[in-house]
Design a protein around this ligand. Structure first.
Ligand SMILES: Cc1cc2nc3c(=O)[nH]c(=O)nc-3n(C[C@H](O)[C@H](O)[C@H](O)COP(=O)(O)OP(=O)(O)OC[C@H]3O[C@@H](n4cnc5c(N)ncnc54)[C@H](O)[C@@H]3O)c2cc1C
Length: 221
């Protein structure tokens, strides 16, 4: 069932990235990793966006990259407090978190950090073994300071040097990844990262059933 909700705010987090907060539809539950389809002005076209807020929060928050020339994200970037938006019910199959008692690892590029933020807001007492986070510019790592207080964070910045990050793509950080038979790995963001990391993990005998993937963006060929 679709919901019509009010925009609470659109806040710039970094050049090209903003947080959209909307009122939470009453009585609608979600699980970290779920996304919601958000509709554009014609009420027909929609795009999925992962919830970045915690399950208990009174608002729903999304972390969105504005794609120049895109149909929906630039529209969302210009919403004002009080505007109405049409959303689908939450849905998804990506479920970051423990499987049994096994350790787990998060790996994200860009706004692919959103489902992991939702998980950590919802389950702060059960963090991953570590979190690898790859961004283009240091300013794009919008949640880095918050994450550092909660998880073992390894940051990579590809397009500039930064004091607190490796210089390069997320794959520069793979030596930091703990390996073990019981580990589960959650990958979210750009298709290229997801593919490369999956190949790397499989080459180290990680079963495919322990590699969980959510692709947000396909890099232009
Ligand atoms: C399950 C799921 C969850 C998602 N969650 C989020 C989220 O939480 N936050 C978020 O920011 N996005 C998320 N996305 C991506 C989002 O759904 C849209 O695809 C994105 O916002 C672009 O939509 P648009 O209508 O603005 O652009 P579109 O009109 O769809 O396309 C914009 C243009 O950008 C091009 N393009 C596509 N990828 C790239 C790229 N990597 N670099 C440069 N150009 C590119 C396209 O080819 C097209 O020309 C998610 C996607 C999926 C599948």
């Amino acid at each position: 069932m679709d919901h019509s909700v009010s925009v609470i705010h659109v806040q710039r987090c970094a050049p090209g990235i903003f947080e959209l907060a909307v009122e939470r539809p009453p009585e609608v539950a979600f699980v970290p990793g779920d996304c919601v389809a958000i509709y554009g002005p014609d009420g027909q076209a929609s795009r999925p966006y992962s919830l970045a807020s915690g399950q208990q929060e009174p608002v729903w928050r999304f972390l969105i990259r504005e794609m120049r020339g895109g149909e929906i994200s630039p529209y969302l970037a210009t919403r004002q407090s009080g505007d109405r938006l049409q959303l689908s019910a939450p849905f998804g199959w990506f479920r970051p978190g423990p499987v049994g008692d096994g350790p787990f690892v998060f790996m994200a590029t860009g706004t692919g950090i959103a489902p992991f933020l939702s998980y950590l807001h919802s389950h702060p007492a059960c963090p991953p073994a570590c979190c690898l986070y790859g961004v283009g510019q240091r300013a794009d790592a919008v949640a880095a300071e918050w994450l550092r207080e909660r998880v073992r964070l390894h940051l990579a910045v590809s397009r500039e040097a930064a004091e607190d990050a490796a210089h390069g793509r997320l794959t520069r950080l793979l030596d930091e990844v703990p390996l073990g038979e019981a580990h589960h790995y959650y990958l979210c963001g750009l298709d290229a990262m997801i593919d490369e990391v999956s190949v790397w993990l499989e080459a180290r005998a990680v079963p495919i059933t322990h590699i969980h993937r959510e692709c947000f963006f396909n890099a232009p060929v």
